[in-house]
Design a protein around this ligand. Structure first.
Ligand code: OGA
Ligand code: MN
Length: 290
């Protein structure tokens, strides 16, 4: 574990589960955030992995200004941004849509050579109940492995893809989304690299702690067939989402959640068939995992 950080001076931090997640109050993200408060938010993110700010009334430009304080914006290679804000992806599910975006365990843009450091998701319209998001702590997933399994995991590398997933029964992203998510527009990634190989155990560049870096984009281990990979890969995937490693965010309109993709996975629950859910999503660029 890291040395405990000094208490926040401006923010109030309330943990929402034993393993990760906190609600943060005491800051208005529609205004310029000072460097000191930004440092407190960074400490809260590193300590809690997922932080939720309630009742934030912000415009797309204000969400972007906040996101830019953390780094460059990571543009999704497959998803069309909002017409007037190409850096923001509108995640929309309507009552006629059968599937939702992010409805399986994953970490964002893991198929990129330098996956997103974090995601800043803002709730514009939420169902009366349902549409929560689950998160899981991948430091704990690593730390709870036996010493022998840690050694094996430390030697493996994962092959991650952004399209034509094994689980998609031969359908491309474009075909699946056109059938099931009417308002999510898929584009051709052009020259952008969307298959990448990463270490299964990565070191968080800011905390120095090791993480079990696994998620739905992983297809098999590098240098192994799918058949050879599956028993261990399925074990790592199942282990990494044990209930005791998770928390659950219940959204309200104007909630803003910032998660650290380097040490978490998430899962958007599809349990609101008759209602609309609209979120504005920005991802911040990250480093090459090591
Ligand atoms: C995402 C995602 C989760 C949600 O934005 O990357 O997976 O709850 N969304 O909408
Ligand atoms: Mn996601």
């Amino acid at each position: 574990m890291n040395a405990p950080r000094p208490p926040s001076r401006t923010l109030q931090i309330r943990k929402i589960a034993g393993s990760l997640g906190a609600e943060i109050s005491g800051v208005d993200l529609s205004r310029d955030v000072s460097d000191d408060v930004l440092a407190e938010i960074r400490a809260a993110l590193l300590d809690n992995l997922v932080i939720c700010f309630r009742d934030q009334v912000i415009t797309p430009d204000q969400q972007l200004a906040f996101a830019r304080r953390w780094g460059e914006i990571h543009l999704h290679p497959f998803m069309e941004g909002m017409p007037d804000h190409p850096e923001i992806l509108a995640i929309v599910k309507r009552p006629t849509d059968k599937k939702n975006f992010g409805g399986s365990w994953h970490t964002d843009q893991m198929f990129s050579p330098a996956p997103a450091m974090g995601t800043i998701l803002y709730a514009k319209e939420v169902p009366s109940a349902g549409g929560d998001t689950l998160f899981t702590n991948q430091y704990l997933a690593y730390e709870t492995l036996s010493d022998e399994m840690k050694k094996i995991a430390g030697q493996l590398r994962t092959v991650c893809v952004g399209d034509n997933f094994r689980a998609a029964n031969g359908l491309s992203r474009k075909e699946r989304y056109a059938r099931q998510m009417s308002e999510m527009k898929v584009k051709d990634p052009g020259n952008v690299q969307t298959t990448s190989i990463h270490p299964l155990v990565r070191t968080h560049p800011e905390t120095g702690r090791k993480v079990l870096y696994v998620g739905g984009h992983v297809q098999h281990f590098d240098g192994m067939t799918e058949e050879e990979s599956d028993p261990l890969l399925n074990f790592f995937k199942a282990h990494s989402i044990k209930p005791e490693f998770t928390c659950r965010i219940r959204w309200e309109t104007n909630s803003l959640v910032f998660w650290d993709n380097r040490c978490t996975q998430h899962f958007a629950i599809n349990d609101y068939p008759a209602e609309t859910r609209i979120m504005h999503r920005i991802t911040v660029c990250g480093d090459v995992p090591f």
